[in-house]
Write a protein that binds this ligand. Structure first.
Ligand code: F6R
Length: 369
Protein backbone atom coordinates (compact mmCIF):
# COMPACT_ATOMS: atom_id res chain seq x y z
CA UNK A 1 0.00 0.00 0.00
CA UNK A 2 3.05 2.26 0.35
CA UNK A 3 3.57 1.80 -3.36
CA UNK A 4 7.16 0.64 -2.93
CA UNK A 5 8.16 3.61 -0.77
CA UNK A 6 9.71 3.21 2.67
CA UNK A 7 6.99 5.29 4.34
CA UNK A 8 3.56 6.73 3.69
CA UNK A 9 5.07 10.18 3.98
CA UNK A 10 7.51 9.48 1.16
CA UNK A 11 4.71 8.01 -0.94
CA UNK A 12 2.50 11.01 -0.27
CA UNK A 13 5.28 13.42 -1.26
CA UNK A 14 5.39 11.49 -4.52
CA UNK A 15 1.58 11.64 -4.84
CA UNK A 16 1.79 15.42 -5.09
CA UNK A 17 1.68 15.81 -8.88
CA UNK A 18 -1.58 13.82 -8.83
CA UNK A 19 -2.92 15.66 -5.77
CA UNK A 20 -2.50 18.99 -7.55
CA UNK A 21 -3.83 17.71 -10.89
CA UNK A 22 -6.88 16.07 -9.29
CA UNK A 23 -7.71 19.18 -7.27
CA UNK A 24 -7.62 21.23 -10.47
CA UNK A 25 -9.59 18.70 -12.48
CA UNK A 26 -12.89 19.87 -13.85
CA UNK A 27 -12.72 23.25 -12.16
CA UNK A 28 -12.69 25.47 -15.22
CA UNK A 29 -14.12 25.37 -18.70
CA UNK A 30 -12.49 26.84 -21.79
CA UNK A 31 -14.19 30.17 -21.10
CA UNK A 32 -12.36 30.34 -17.77
CA UNK A 33 -15.54 29.84 -15.71
CA UNK A 34 -14.87 28.12 -12.39
CA UNK A 35 -16.89 25.76 -10.23
CA UNK A 36 -16.94 25.02 -6.50
CA UNK A 37 -18.37 21.77 -5.04
CA UNK A 38 -21.20 23.01 -2.87
CA UNK A 39 -22.39 26.57 -2.67
CA UNK A 40 -25.19 27.42 -0.31
CA UNK A 41 -24.31 31.08 -0.40
CA UNK A 42 -25.97 33.44 -2.83
CA UNK A 43 -23.31 34.55 -5.37
CA UNK A 44 -24.66 38.06 -4.89
CA UNK A 45 -23.60 37.84 -1.28
CA UNK A 46 -20.13 36.59 -2.21
CA UNK A 47 -19.81 39.56 -4.49
CA UNK A 48 -20.34 41.86 -1.52
CA UNK A 49 -17.82 40.16 0.79
CA UNK A 50 -15.71 42.84 2.45
CA UNK A 51 -13.29 40.67 4.36
CA UNK A 52 -12.05 37.11 4.35
CA UNK A 53 -10.86 35.38 7.50
CA UNK A 54 -8.98 32.13 7.00
CA UNK A 55 -9.12 29.77 9.99
CA UNK A 56 -6.89 26.72 10.31
CA UNK A 57 -4.15 25.10 12.39
CA UNK A 58 -0.65 23.87 11.69
CA UNK A 59 0.25 23.13 8.11
CA UNK A 60 -3.26 24.05 6.95
CA UNK A 61 -2.76 27.51 8.44
CA UNK A 62 0.44 27.91 6.39
CA UNK A 63 -1.59 27.09 3.29
CA UNK A 64 -3.88 29.92 4.41
CA UNK A 65 -0.92 32.27 4.78
CA UNK A 66 0.13 31.50 1.22
CA UNK A 67 -3.46 32.07 0.05
CA UNK A 68 -3.53 35.55 1.57
CA UNK A 69 -0.96 36.81 -0.95
CA UNK A 70 -2.85 35.41 -3.93
CA UNK A 71 -6.39 36.32 -2.89
CA UNK A 72 -5.49 39.88 -1.93
CA UNK A 73 -3.59 40.32 -5.17
CA UNK A 74 -6.34 38.92 -7.40
CA UNK A 75 -9.50 40.01 -5.56
CA UNK A 76 -8.43 43.12 -3.64
CA UNK A 77 -10.30 41.81 -0.58
CA UNK A 78 -8.47 42.01 2.76
CA UNK A 79 -7.59 38.53 4.02
CA UNK A 80 -6.76 37.78 7.65
CA UNK A 81 -5.26 34.42 8.52
CA UNK A 82 -5.76 33.28 12.06
CA UNK A 83 -5.11 30.12 14.04
CA UNK A 84 -8.52 28.68 14.89
CA UNK A 85 -7.75 28.37 18.60
CA UNK A 86 -6.78 32.05 18.85
CA UNK A 87 -9.73 33.37 16.87
CA UNK A 88 -12.50 32.53 19.29
CA UNK A 89 -10.93 34.13 22.28
CA UNK A 90 -10.40 37.66 21.04
CA UNK A 91 -13.88 38.98 20.20
CA UNK A 92 -13.21 38.93 16.45
CA UNK A 93 -15.07 41.38 14.23
CA UNK A 94 -17.25 39.23 12.00
CA UNK A 95 -20.51 40.02 10.22
CA UNK A 96 -22.64 39.00 7.24
CA UNK A 97 -20.11 40.61 4.86
CA UNK A 98 -17.31 38.40 6.21
CA UNK A 99 -16.43 35.18 4.46
CA UNK A 100 -14.79 32.72 6.82
CA UNK A 101 -12.70 30.17 4.96
CA UNK A 102 -11.66 27.19 7.05
CA UNK A 103 -8.91 24.89 5.85
CA UNK A 104 -8.69 21.39 7.27
CA UNK A 105 -7.32 18.17 5.82
CA UNK A 106 -9.32 15.97 8.18
CA UNK A 107 -12.39 18.13 8.54
CA UNK A 108 -12.46 17.04 12.19
CA UNK A 109 -9.97 19.36 13.90
CA UNK A 110 -11.87 20.45 16.99
CA UNK A 111 -10.24 23.89 17.24
CA UNK A 112 -11.21 24.71 13.67
CA UNK A 113 -14.71 23.27 14.01
CA UNK A 114 -15.38 25.37 17.11
CA UNK A 115 -14.04 28.49 15.38
CA UNK A 116 -16.29 27.89 12.37
CA UNK A 117 -19.31 27.43 14.64
CA UNK A 118 -18.48 30.63 16.43
CA UNK A 119 -18.13 32.54 13.14
CA UNK A 120 -21.52 31.20 11.99
CA UNK A 121 -23.15 32.35 15.19
CA UNK A 122 -21.78 35.82 14.51
CA UNK A 123 -23.49 35.81 11.11
CA UNK A 124 -20.50 35.11 8.85
CA UNK A 125 -20.73 32.98 5.74
CA UNK A 126 -18.52 29.92 6.02
CA UNK A 127 -16.65 28.05 3.32
CA UNK A 128 -14.74 24.84 4.02
CA UNK A 129 -11.66 23.65 2.15
CA UNK A 130 -11.33 20.03 3.15
CA UNK A 131 -9.78 16.75 2.04
CA UNK A 132 -12.25 14.40 3.71
CA UNK A 133 -15.63 13.96 2.09
CA UNK A 134 -18.59 14.31 4.42
CA UNK A 135 -16.53 15.18 7.49
CA UNK A 136 -17.90 17.51 10.15
CA UNK A 137 -16.48 20.89 9.11
CA UNK A 138 -17.72 20.78 5.48
CA UNK A 139 -21.08 19.44 6.68
CA UNK A 140 -21.52 22.47 8.91
CA UNK A 141 -20.31 25.04 6.35
CA UNK A 142 -22.30 27.08 3.83
CA UNK A 143 -19.97 26.20 0.97
CA UNK A 144 -17.39 23.52 0.29
CA UNK A 145 -14.39 23.15 -1.94
CA UNK A 146 -12.87 19.69 -1.64
CA UNK A 147 -9.19 19.05 -2.14
CA UNK A 148 -8.59 15.83 -4.05
CA UNK A 149 -5.30 14.78 -2.51
CA UNK A 150 -6.62 11.30 -1.66
CA UNK A 151 -6.38 9.87 1.85
CA UNK A 152 -3.38 11.21 3.76
CA UNK A 153 -2.05 8.54 6.11
CA UNK A 154 1.25 9.97 7.38
CA UNK A 155 0.75 12.24 10.37
CA UNK A 156 2.85 14.98 8.78
CA UNK A 157 0.83 16.70 6.11
CA UNK A 158 2.37 17.01 2.63
CA UNK A 159 0.10 16.41 -0.34
CA UNK A 160 -2.89 17.91 1.47
CA UNK A 161 -0.89 21.13 1.88
CA UNK A 162 -0.30 21.47 -1.86
CA UNK A 163 -3.91 20.62 -2.62
CA UNK A 164 -5.08 23.21 -0.07
CA UNK A 165 -3.03 25.94 -1.74
CA UNK A 166 -4.50 24.96 -5.10
CA UNK A 167 -8.04 25.02 -3.66
CA UNK A 168 -7.59 28.48 -2.15
CA UNK A 169 -6.31 29.66 -5.54
CA UNK A 170 -9.40 28.29 -7.26
CA UNK A 171 -11.49 30.14 -4.67
CA UNK A 172 -9.48 33.34 -5.26
CA UNK A 173 -9.95 33.10 -9.01
CA UNK A 174 -13.64 32.33 -8.57
CA UNK A 175 -14.13 35.44 -6.42
CA UNK A 176 -12.04 37.53 -8.80
CA UNK A 177 -14.21 36.48 -11.73
CA UNK A 178 -17.45 37.01 -9.78
CA UNK A 179 -16.37 40.48 -8.74
CA UNK A 180 -14.81 41.42 -12.06
CA UNK A 181 -11.31 41.88 -10.62
CA UNK A 182 -9.63 39.77 -13.30
CA UNK A 183 -10.47 39.30 -16.96
CA UNK A 184 -11.43 35.85 -18.21
CA UNK A 185 -8.16 35.71 -20.14
CA UNK A 186 -6.13 36.39 -17.02
CA UNK A 187 -7.94 33.65 -15.13
CA UNK A 188 -7.36 31.26 -17.98
CA UNK A 189 -3.64 32.10 -17.99
CA UNK A 190 -3.31 31.47 -14.24
CA UNK A 191 -5.21 28.18 -14.57
CA UNK A 192 -2.83 27.22 -17.38
CA UNK A 193 0.15 27.97 -15.13
CA UNK A 194 -1.45 25.91 -12.35
CA UNK A 195 -1.96 23.04 -14.76
CA UNK A 196 1.78 23.02 -15.43
CA UNK A 197 2.61 22.57 -11.74
CA UNK A 198 2.24 18.74 -11.59
CA UNK A 199 4.91 18.28 -14.30
CA UNK A 200 7.22 20.68 -12.48
CA UNK A 201 6.81 18.79 -9.20
CA UNK A 202 7.72 15.60 -11.07
CA UNK A 203 10.87 17.32 -12.27
CA UNK A 204 11.77 18.12 -8.63
CA UNK A 205 11.04 14.54 -7.51
CA UNK A 206 13.29 13.24 -10.29
CA UNK A 207 16.15 15.17 -8.68
CA UNK A 208 15.30 14.31 -5.06
CA UNK A 209 18.65 12.56 -4.49
CA UNK A 210 20.36 15.95 -4.37
CA UNK A 211 18.30 16.92 -1.33
CA UNK A 212 18.34 13.46 0.24
CA UNK A 213 22.10 13.40 0.24
CA UNK A 214 22.17 16.78 1.97
CA UNK A 215 19.63 15.54 4.55
CA UNK A 216 21.68 12.46 5.42
CA UNK A 217 24.79 14.59 5.86
CA UNK A 218 22.89 16.77 8.36
CA UNK A 219 21.40 14.14 10.63
CA UNK A 220 23.40 15.25 13.66
CA UNK A 221 22.55 18.95 13.45
CA UNK A 222 20.98 20.39 16.61
CA UNK A 223 19.12 23.24 14.95
CA UNK A 224 18.11 24.39 11.48
CA UNK A 225 16.70 27.81 10.56
CA UNK A 226 14.48 28.65 7.58
CA UNK A 227 14.11 32.08 5.98
CA UNK A 228 11.66 33.32 3.39
CA UNK A 229 9.94 36.46 2.20
CA UNK A 230 6.51 37.08 0.67
CA UNK A 231 5.04 33.66 -0.24
CA UNK A 232 8.38 32.13 0.70
CA UNK A 233 7.73 33.09 4.33
CA UNK A 234 4.96 30.54 5.01
CA UNK A 235 7.05 28.01 3.05
CA UNK A 236 9.92 28.62 5.49
CA UNK A 237 7.52 28.13 8.42
CA UNK A 238 6.26 24.89 6.91
CA UNK A 239 9.80 23.63 6.26
CA UNK A 240 10.61 24.23 9.93
CA UNK A 241 7.40 22.54 11.13
CA UNK A 242 8.11 19.40 9.07
CA UNK A 243 11.56 19.11 10.60
CA UNK A 244 10.36 19.60 14.18
CA UNK A 245 7.52 17.17 13.97
CA UNK A 246 9.21 14.19 12.36
CA UNK A 247 12.95 14.67 13.01
CA UNK A 248 12.65 16.24 16.50
CA UNK A 249 15.23 18.84 15.59
CA UNK A 250 14.90 22.38 16.78
CA UNK A 251 13.83 24.36 13.74
CA UNK A 252 12.47 27.85 13.28
CA UNK A 253 11.11 29.76 10.34
CA UNK A 254 11.46 33.51 9.99
CA UNK A 255 10.46 36.25 7.60
CA UNK A 256 13.86 37.11 6.15
CA UNK A 257 13.28 40.83 6.74
CA UNK A 258 12.84 40.15 10.44
CA UNK A 259 16.38 38.77 10.79
CA UNK A 260 17.98 42.06 11.71
CA UNK A 261 15.32 42.65 14.34
CA UNK A 262 16.61 39.83 16.49
CA UNK A 263 17.02 36.34 15.06
CA UNK A 264 20.33 37.15 13.40
CA UNK A 265 21.85 36.93 16.88
CA UNK A 266 21.28 33.17 16.66
CA UNK A 267 23.67 32.78 13.76
CA UNK A 268 27.09 31.47 14.58
CA UNK A 269 29.68 29.35 12.90
CA UNK A 270 28.19 26.44 10.99
CA UNK A 271 24.51 27.19 11.76
CA UNK A 272 22.51 25.70 8.86
CA UNK A 273 20.05 28.18 7.33
CA UNK A 274 17.66 27.33 4.51
CA UNK A 275 16.68 30.32 2.40
CA UNK A 276 13.68 30.23 0.08
CA UNK A 277 14.54 32.71 -2.67
CA UNK A 278 11.84 34.46 -4.74
CA UNK A 279 11.96 34.58 -8.51
CA UNK A 280 14.23 37.10 -10.18
CA UNK A 281 11.57 37.64 -12.77
CA UNK A 282 9.06 38.75 -10.14
CA UNK A 283 9.66 41.88 -8.14
CA UNK A 284 13.34 42.56 -8.65
CA UNK A 285 13.84 44.28 -5.31
CA UNK A 286 12.43 41.29 -3.45
CA UNK A 287 14.96 38.94 -5.00
CA UNK A 288 17.82 41.35 -4.29
CA UNK A 289 16.76 41.71 -0.65
CA UNK A 290 16.76 37.97 -0.11
CA UNK A 291 20.16 37.59 -1.77
CA UNK A 292 21.52 40.18 0.64
CA UNK A 293 19.93 38.24 3.54
CA UNK A 294 21.88 35.18 2.36
CA UNK A 295 25.07 37.27 2.38
CA UNK A 296 24.31 38.61 5.86
CA UNK A 297 23.92 35.21 7.47
CA UNK A 298 26.82 33.74 5.57
CA UNK A 299 29.09 36.57 6.72
CA UNK A 300 28.27 35.44 10.27
CA UNK A 301 29.25 31.86 9.59
CA UNK A 302 25.94 30.30 8.54
CA UNK A 303 25.89 27.31 6.25
CA UNK A 304 23.52 28.61 3.57
CA UNK A 305 21.19 26.11 1.91
CA UNK A 306 19.25 27.76 -0.86
CA UNK A 307 16.06 26.90 -2.72
CA UNK A 308 15.99 29.08 -5.84
CA UNK A 309 14.53 29.28 -9.30
CA UNK A 310 16.28 27.65 -12.21
CA UNK A 311 18.67 30.07 -13.86
CA UNK A 312 19.23 32.11 -10.70
CA UNK A 313 23.01 32.27 -10.78
CA UNK A 314 23.18 35.20 -8.37
CA UNK A 315 22.71 32.92 -5.33
CA UNK A 316 25.48 30.46 -6.17
CA UNK A 317 28.49 32.25 -4.78
CA UNK A 318 26.84 32.72 -1.37
CA UNK A 319 25.48 29.20 -1.01
CA UNK A 320 26.87 26.00 0.38
CA UNK A 321 24.11 24.15 -1.42
CA UNK A 322 21.52 25.18 -4.02
CA UNK A 323 18.44 23.28 -5.10
CA UNK A 324 16.77 24.67 -8.20
CA UNK A 325 13.03 24.52 -8.86
CA UNK A 326 11.49 25.10 -12.31
CA UNK A 327 10.33 28.59 -13.29
CA UNK A 328 6.78 29.53 -12.37
CA UNK A 329 4.95 32.78 -11.53
CA UNK A 330 5.79 34.09 -8.04
CA UNK A 331 2.41 33.32 -6.47
CA UNK A 332 2.67 29.68 -7.57
CA UNK A 333 6.21 29.16 -6.28
CA UNK A 334 5.20 27.67 -2.89
CA UNK A 335 3.80 24.65 -4.76
CA UNK A 336 7.37 23.93 -5.84
CA UNK A 337 9.67 25.37 -3.17
CA UNK A 338 8.08 23.41 -0.31
CA UNK A 339 8.71 20.05 -1.98
CA UNK A 340 12.50 19.89 -1.38
CA UNK A 341 11.89 20.91 2.24
CA UNK A 342 9.43 18.03 2.72
CA UNK A 343 11.93 15.59 1.20
CA UNK A 344 14.67 17.03 3.42
CA UNK A 345 12.69 16.45 6.64
CA UNK A 346 11.53 12.98 5.61
CA UNK A 347 15.00 11.79 4.64
CA UNK A 348 16.69 13.30 7.69
CA UNK A 349 14.16 11.72 10.07
CA UNK A 350 14.58 8.35 8.33
CA UNK A 351 18.37 8.67 8.58
CA UNK A 352 17.93 9.14 12.33
CA UNK A 353 15.94 5.92 12.40
CA UNK A 354 12.61 7.51 13.31
CA UNK A 355 9.19 6.33 12.22
CA UNK A 356 8.33 9.26 9.96
CA UNK A 357 4.68 8.25 9.62
CA UNK A 358 3.96 8.12 13.35
CA UNK A 359 5.95 10.86 15.09
CA UNK A 360 5.92 10.81 18.87
CA UNK A 361 3.23 12.79 20.72
CA UNK A 362 1.21 13.50 17.57
CA UNK A 363 -2.09 12.25 16.16
CA UNK A 364 -3.35 12.62 12.61
CA UNK A 365 -6.60 14.24 13.63
CA UNK A 366 -6.64 16.55 16.62
CA UNK A 367 -10.20 16.11 17.86
CA UNK A 368 -9.67 17.72 21.26
CA UNK A 369 -9.45 21.43 21.97
C1 F6R B 1 1.51 19.10 10.26
C2 F6R B 1 0.14 18.67 10.49
C3 F6R B 1 -0.73 19.46 11.40
C4 F6R B 1 -2.10 19.69 10.75
C5 F6R B 1 -3.06 20.39 11.73
C6 F6R B 1 -4.39 20.68 11.11
O1 F6R B 1 2.18 18.25 9.39
O2 F6R B 1 -0.29 17.68 9.93
O3 F6R B 1 -0.13 20.68 11.72
O4 F6R B 1 -1.91 20.43 9.59
O5 F6R B 1 -3.24 19.58 12.86
O6 F6R B 1 -5.05 19.51 10.70
P1 F6R B 1 -6.27 19.57 9.71
O7 F6R B 1 -5.79 20.10 8.41
O8 F6R B 1 -6.76 18.14 9.61
O9 F6R B 1 -7.30 20.47 10.33
Amino acid sequence: EKGGFASFMEKEVHDQPAAVADTLLGRSDSAGRLTLDELRIDPGQLKRVKKIIVLACGTSAYAGSVAKYAIESWCRIPVEVELSHEFRYREPIVDADTLVVSISQSGETMDTLMAVRYAKEQGAKTLSICNTNGSTIPRESDAVLYTHAGPEIAVASTKAFLAQIVATYILGLYLASLRGNLFTGQIRDIMADLNKIPGKITDILDREDEIKELARSMKDEASVLFLGRHVGYPVAMEGALKLKEIAYIHAEGFAAGELKHGPIALIDDGQPVFVVVPSKRGRDSLHAKVVSNIQEVRARGAKTLVIAEEGDEAVREYSEFVFYVPETPTLLMPLLTVVPLQIFACELASAKGYDVDQPRNLAKSVTVE
